[in-house]
Design a protein around this ligand. Sequence first.
Ligand code: NI
Ligand code: MN
Length: 226
Amino acid sequence: MEIRFLGHACFELTEGDARVLIDPFLTGNPQAAVSADEVEPTHILLTHGHGDHHGDTEPIAKRTGAAVVAIKEIAEELSEAGVENVTDPNLGGTVTFDWGRVKLVPAWHTSMTPGGVANVPAGLLVHIGGRTIYHLGDTALFSDLKLIADRGGPIDVALMCIGGHYTMDRFDAVVAAELVGAATVVPCHYDTLPPIETDVQAFKADVESRTSSKVEILEPGGTFTL
Ligand code: NI
Ligand code: MN
């Protein structure tokens, strides 16, 4: 399977005929590797409702007919907006597809739906093609990352925010990498805007000296193959 980084916190997981797009913020994303018109997902998964994650979900879903998984309050708004194939789990819930499954797990952050309803954010445990990919979403460091990874794991790849300011910074993210224990960590949510600029090479060096995880730095548009 392939993991393609499309910029900020947006990734596309490809396994066979399944193209699973996570947090499709492309329009207005200075890192975007593609435009919202260029993606052809079969499924869209959302961590939370902030604009830099929810992004182009509605137009992409309407154009492609992709199945969308979003936490309840966001799912309801997407359905009301005319998106046809929406599933609405809450934290702890698992949604199964022919390619595998996704479980919503806690993340420590805030969230608002595009319509202004306060709700809670999520991380995503994605089991696809016999692998487990953990998109941490936007989160601060918290010790239950270990519990989540132990229950969902072993984690093959962790997609991890490191930019600070809106999420944990690269120093806390090293501890997060220890707690999650993924074979590979792919950093994200950094360098998109001035407040979240960070030294990704220093993060890689710290993680690889202090944990058994490898760090794969992807440029926007870059692909990691498992
Ligand atoms: Ni956010
Ligand atoms: Mn964000």
